[in-house]
Design a protein around this ligand. Structure first.
Ligand code: ZN
Length: 194
């Protein structure tokens, strides 16, 4: 089952995710729903906040991206990327390994908005999988950028927060109307349910 993706202006996008400590069937169901939602939306990553749940949980799959390569290294050895996709990251943290460089980004919660964002090209990721097993790997390219974007979501940080001031200024009218539209829809929902 796919879930509706919340847009800019929804309060869940600004909430820090709760640490997950139960790795049960309901978590697995949520992971399946998030994967299905991400694939249907043609995204390379989706955070729990984007389906309205403030949890430390994100899914990522960059295996379909041919023009922006990625690599993944486990225990000092480069492994076959496709064999590790999709990635389910529970309670992830990221350590930057290189200086930031600029690259294009979009976000499923900000339809039709794109900007160049500065992030390190290579990072070390520590997380748990959906069974609670520890994950530790280094990655670069699109995968590194995508994971940093998603881990930001888990902390209530959005890519517009990292946008250069000039680009944010350019998008401001569109951002404002998106925020208002989302909030009006939420108010309408509240009225009909009360
Ligand atoms: Zn996003």
């Amino acid at each position: 089952m796919t879930m509706p993706i919340v847009k800019y202006g929804h309060p869940a996008l600004r909430q820090r995710g709760k640490t997950i400590d139960t790795f049960d069937a309901s978590l697995h169901r949520l992971v399946d729903e998030m994967l299905e939602t991400m694939y249907q939306a043609d995204g390379v990553g989706l955070a729990a906040q984007q389906i309205g749940k403030a949890l430390q949980l994100t899914v990522v799959d960059v295996s379909q991206s041919e023009d922006r390569p990625s690599s993944i290294t486990i225990g000092g050895k480069e492994v076959v990327l496709e064999e590790h996709m999709p990635l389910v990251l529970v309670n992830p943290s990221v350590e930057k390994l290189t200086a930031p460089i600029s690259g294009p980004e979009g976000c499923l919660s900000f339809p039709e908005i794109y900007a160049d964002i500065e992030r390190p090209e290579r990072v070390e990721v520590t997380a748990q999988d959906q069974e609670g097993h520890c994950l530790n790997f280094e990655c670069d390219g699109l995968l590194a950028k995508a994971i940093q974007h998603e881990v930001d979501h888990l902390n209530g940080i959005l890519f517009i927060d990292r946008m250069p001031a000039k680009e944010k200024e350019h998008w401001r009218p569109k951002l404002e109307s998106m925020r208002k539209e989302t909030q009006q829809a939420l108010q309408k929902d509240e009225k009909t349910s009360s």
